[in-house]
Design a protein around this ligand. Structure first.
Ligand code: 5AD
Ligand code: SF4
Length: 487
């Protein structure tokens, strides 16, 4: 797909600023923020009320972080943020890793259309991974004409500029880039939690697992400079953040392509030095790149949480090869043994796919064997989804639904059993929990997260949110605990 922008028709209700936009980023975006502010102000005066905007996120933590960037711009240009989709501007930040994510977007777009029919000035935007697929753009252009703005993953930093373009035309504005090597720093963000934050340390993926669409829609690996990351975290800590989650599709290959290469382990060492920061998490680690240096840094760290997400995908070496994962069942198990020996209290979680082309029930049994031997604290199990353009989609030996279902159910049962056993091991201990929110079901309780990512609910009030407090883990309820705060 080429760089493209449809700005054919200009609606003269709005008077564009006359001076020229700067070429340099992020100055250019701040120019467009100012421009959008005028548009929002005029529209708000016309309606005699503030304008509301909703950012709706589908998919992973990377998308959640991108949505905070979108919300940051929306707030900066003068929208009041809301979670209600009956707003003046709604943006869907989409995911395409599995087809059900796509279907959910199409389903909800129908609802947005009915809202827009009632409210003519309403604007609808779509962005994120799904928009990097040419077939999706075609479908939206032909069947969802009411959408006002579409952009992809590579030009999210241009959101203010695209918003301004959207206000200046009645046509659908489309701007999709095939790739980028650009990382624009220092744009506004609106964080969901005051005390914890995700931080992108890299974008894209070079691994090309044969089932996965991510390398096609997120592009090649690009690492942020360590100075920029440290600076961002220092600023967040100054604002009250105590826990950060370093985000990348494969954090273990962080820094390899920088002008001055640096390892992920070294980045962690530097982040650890930041005064006032209490907890460090990261996601996701590819087993093939997990170094001894990283294990050492985790072991010695006072701040890195006792949790590692280590996607297995399959326990069958034959299937792993077809998936292009570049490790065998035995290598994965040996890696887990090594990690467990060094850091015995580490919780390990994983992702598993069932139904990859050519998979038989005996392969699922190999996966189940790994699940039993590792004893995951949690495992996210997915049914294989055929993604157009990936090598696996072209494989002829796609697995019949009934076989997939049988394997999936068999696996899920074991995953649940083993996870319960693991989580129960903490019963009777007292551990530190970071209090995240008031419990949704019972307002007299707060919900906290242990270093190993286990959730605990206990008596408390809003004053505790953002604090790290010791909690007695009284009763294990499967995947979570009911506890009591210690004085
Ligand atoms: N089908 C099913 N699951 C997938 N994942 C990635 N691609 C697919 C696919 N085509 C899963 C992997 C990955 C997680 C984020 O999503 O398990 O680790
Ligand atoms: Fe997809 Fe594999 Fe990259 Fe993860 S490592 S994003 S599964 S290609």
């Amino acid at each position: 797909m080429c760089n493209e922008m449809n700005l054919e028709k200009t609606d003269n209700n709005f008077t564009p600023l006359t001076n020229k936009p700067p070429a340099k980023e992020p100055d250019r975006q701040y120019y467009f923020i100012e421009k959008c502010r005028n548009y929002i102000k005029k529209e708000s005066e016309r309606l005699g009320r503030p304008l509301f905007a909703a950012t709706v996120t589908f998919g992973c933590q990377m998308n959640a972080r991108d949505s905070e960037k979108l919300s940051g711009i929306l707030k900066e240009v003068g929208y009041e943020l809301t979670e209600n989709e009956d707003a003046d501007f709604v943006i869907y930040n989409t995911c395409t890793v599995r087809d059900n994510a796509n279907q959910r977007v199409y389903g909800r777009l129908g609802h947005l259309n009915s809202l827009k029919k009632e409210k003519k000035h309403m604007k609808i935007a779509l962005c994120g991974c799904m928009m990097q697929e040419p077939s999706v753009i075609e479908k939206i252009r032909s069947s969802y004409r009411f959408v006002d703005l579409i952009f992809g993953t590579h030009n999210l930093y241009k959101f203010a500029e695209l918003l301004a373009a959207m206000f200046e035309t009645d046509e659908m504005v489309t701007d999709i880039w095939e790739k980028t090597d650009k990382i624009v720093e220092n744009l506004p963000t609106e964080r969901k939690y005051p005390f914890k934050s995700g931080i992108n340390i890299m974008f894209g993926c070079n691994n090309f697992c044969s089932y996965c669409i991510v390398p096609y829609v997120r592009g090649r690996e690009r690492s942020r400079r360590p100075e920029e990351i440290i600076h961002e975290i220092e600023k967040l800590v100054f604002e009250g953040v105590v826990e950060v989650m370093l985000l990348g599709q494969n954090v273990n290959s962080y820094g390899k392509n920088l002008e001055e290469p640096i390892t992920f382990a070294e980045l962690l060492r530097r982040v650890e030095q930041i005064e006032g920061l209490k907890r460090i998490r990261f996601m996701t680690s590819h087993p093939k790149d997990l170094s001894d240096e990283l294990i050492k840094v985790m072991k010695e760290s006072k701040k890195i949480c006792r949790h590692l997400h280590l996607p297995l995908q399959s326990g069958s070496t034959r299937i792993l090869r077809a998936m292009n994962r570049r490790y065998t069942k035995e290598q994965y198990l040996a890696l887990v043994d090594k990690i467990r020996k060094e850091i015995p209290d580490l919780a390990i979680t994983t992702d598993i796919i069932v139904g990859f082309p050519g998979e038989e029930l005996c392969d699922v049994d190999e996966t189940i064997d790994v699940v039993r031997r590792v004893g995951y604290d949690n495992a996210f199990t997915f049914i294989y989804s055929r993604r157009t353009g990936t090598p696996a989609a072209a494989m002829e030996n796609q697995v019949p639904d009934a076989v997939v279902r049988e394997g999936f159910d068999r696996l899920l049962k074991v995953v649940q059993e083993t996870a319960r056993e693991r989580v129960r091991l903490l019963e009777g201990k007292t551990m530190d929990a970071l209090v995240e929110e008031i419990n949704e079901q019972d307002e007299s309780l707060v919900t906290g997260r242990l270093s190993n990512n286990t959730i605990v609910h206990f008596k408390g009030d809003a004053g505790l949110i953002g604090q790290i407090v010791p909690v007695y883990l009284k009763e294990c309820h499967g995947f979570y605990y009911l506890g009591e705060k210690k004085r």
